[in-house]
Design a protein around this ligand. Structure first.
Ligand code: NDP
Length: 500
């Protein structure tokens, strides 16, 4: 481990405000995907640790819910200030554990800072509704009540941002949290837990249990006292969680994959479209749920777009993301590389034309890490698997189209519905696209990535189950609506019956 950045050799669970060994006493190594060096050891906890974290959360939540929301918010405000102060330190650690280039890591940490200040503001809002009663001398209102103990399960590709999208609204609303971070990227969780502690969050309000999904994650779902599971990750795992939570009538919020498309119309600013495609396809090496992996290009611009993309892709510098000149970092692990590689073969077998990339980079320094060359397929038809399935790597498929209607139909034909984008100068096409694209997020004259924290984040169809992270919508996941009627008439008034 880089001693300047982090002193610990081994991480510990954070339960009831204490740093504790996992009851299994087992750990596993966390490796830097850029060079496979071991960064730190992470606990492999089990059910017992989840039980003690849940117990601690349950106790803490009772008092936390009674702290006035503006005071709860002040803790988040302090969290934001500490994160701001430590932004560079956190960003470098993030690049080391996840691989994303430092500029993007800074952006991700900033997202967490933004979320802290945004949700701190909610401490003085958390609005409910007041409404007239149908009866005389009776008052009616709805208020947001905390759910209690909430479980959050986060992925490796945005290890700090997604954690803040989920934990900050939960905390400000008066819940206590049991959090299981991805085993691939536990350092951000450890750092954030330290920040909660320093900011003065009472013991037990946030508990972090490290360990695998099959052990810690499943144990969280089994805990009756955890009333909500908020999950971001793959579609298969999400479906599995949803069905188990369904059996227990547990509220579950899912954010899963995407097969996001950029549409380039014949009147597009092509230079802008090229920039948008490169940024959203190859940023985080394509390992974003919102990554652009399909480009529907008007047939009149297809050759030009291919040429421009190839020119720009040849200039992308690939390597260790701590180097400020690098634009594309490594893939998270060998499993990720193997999956991407298998899709290249699938694309070839299906008859797509490979214009660039398509291989694991193994020469020289690349052999030390997990690198995949930015890849461009063309002449892809919408029914090919590479045009329908999530690859989660730096692979883009060009699909020629004749009209906006055709592009929208292709966009909507996949099982996912997270993000989409259109490049056009025609205001009519803009409004038609934003209405008809069946995705939770639509961009106009920008790539498929770039969500801001004060708007809802999530998607339709196989991307989720109707809930949203971020924005005010996040509060709906972590609160229950309570309707309160106060009758000050001094007599029994029966609704619907004693109405004059
Ligand atoms: P996984 O679904 O494998 O893992 C996500 C989290 O779930 C991890 O913490 C993992 O733990 C945990 N987990 C795994 N199995 C179980 C289980 N049986 N029960 C409970 N928890 C479990 O996804 P990845 O980490 O591989 O992330 C990549 C995927 O996530 C992509 O498909 C991507 O599209 C999607 N994603 C979606 C986003 C969205 O907002 N729509 C955002 C980011 C990613 P562990 O790994 O420690 O075993």
């Amino acid at each position: 481990m880089n001693q300047k950045l982090m002193k610990q050799e081994k991480l510990l669970n954070y339960i009831n405000g204490e740093w504790v060994e996992p009851s299994t006493e087992k750990f596993t190594a966390v490796k830097n995907p850029a060079n496979k060096e071991t960064l730190v050891q992470v606990p492999l906890s089990n059910k017992e640790d989840v039980e003690s974290a849940t117990e601690s959360a349950k106790k803490a939540q009772k008092n936390w819910a009674l702290v006035p929301a503006p005071q709860r918010a002040e803790v988040l405000y302090r969290v934001g200030l500490i994160m701001k102060d430590r932004k560079e330190h956190l960003s470098q650690l993030l690049t080391m554990e996840n691989g994303k280039v430092i500029e993007e890591a800074r952006g991700e940490v900033q997202e967490g800072i933004d979320m802290a200040f945004y949700m701190a503001g909610e401490g003085r809002r958390l609005f409910g509704q007041t409404t007239p009663s149908e009866l005389k001398d009776k008052f009616a209102m709805s208020v947001r009540a905390p759910v209690g103990v909430v479980g959050i399960i986060t992925p490796w590709n945005f290890p700090i941002a997604i954690a803040t999208w989920k934990s900050f609204p939960a905390i400000v609303a008066g819940n206590a949290v049991v959090w299981k971070p991805a085993t691939e990227t536990p350092i951000m969780a450890f750092e954030l837990a330290k920040i909660f502690e320093e900011a003065g969050l009472p013991n037990g309000v946030v508990n972090v249990v490290f360990g695998s999904g099959s052990s810690v994650g499943e144990a969280m779902i089994e805990q009756d006292d955890i009333r909500v599971i908020s999950f971001t990750g793959s579609n298969n795992v999400g479906r599995n969680i949803a069905s188990k939570c369904g059996q227990k009538l547990k509220k579950v919020s899912l954010e899963m994959g995407g097969k996001n498309a950029v549409i380039v119309m014949d009147d597009a600013d092509l230079s802008l479209a090229v920039e948008g495609i490169l940024w959203s396809a190859f940023g985080t090496s394509g390992q974003r749920c919102t990554a652009c992996s399909r480009v529907m290009v008007h047939e009149s611009l297809k050759n030009q777009l291919e040429e421009r993309l190839l020119n720009e892709m040849a200039k992308l510098s690939i390597g260790n993301g701590l180097d400020e000149t690098i634009k594309v970092g490594p893939i998270i692990n060998q499993g990720g590389l193997d999956k991407i590689k298998s899709y290249i073969q699938i694309g070839r077998n299906e008859g797509a034309k490979l214009l660039a990339g398509g291989y694991v980079m193994e020469n020289g320094a690349f052999a030390k890490g997990h690198y995949f060359a930015p890849t461009l397929f063309t002449d892809v038809s919408p029914d090919m698997r590479i045009a329908k399935e999530e690859i989660f790597g730096p692979v883009v498929s060009l699909i020629p189209i004749k009209s906006l209607e055709e592009a929208i139909e292709i966009n909507n034909s996949v099982e996912y519905g997270l993000s989409s984008s259109i490049f056009t100068r025609d205001v009519n096409k803009v409004f038609q696209a934003q209405r008809d694209l069946d995705t939770g997020i639509v961009y106009v004259n920008a790539g498929t990535t770039g969500a801001e924290i004060h708007l809802p984040f999530g998607g339709t169809k196989g991307t989720g189950n109707g809930h949203r992270d971020s924005g005010l919508a996040a509060l709906d996941v972590f609160t229950e609506w309570k309707s309160v009627y106060v009758d000050f008439s001094g007599k029994l008034q029966r609704a619907q019956i004693d109405v004059e």
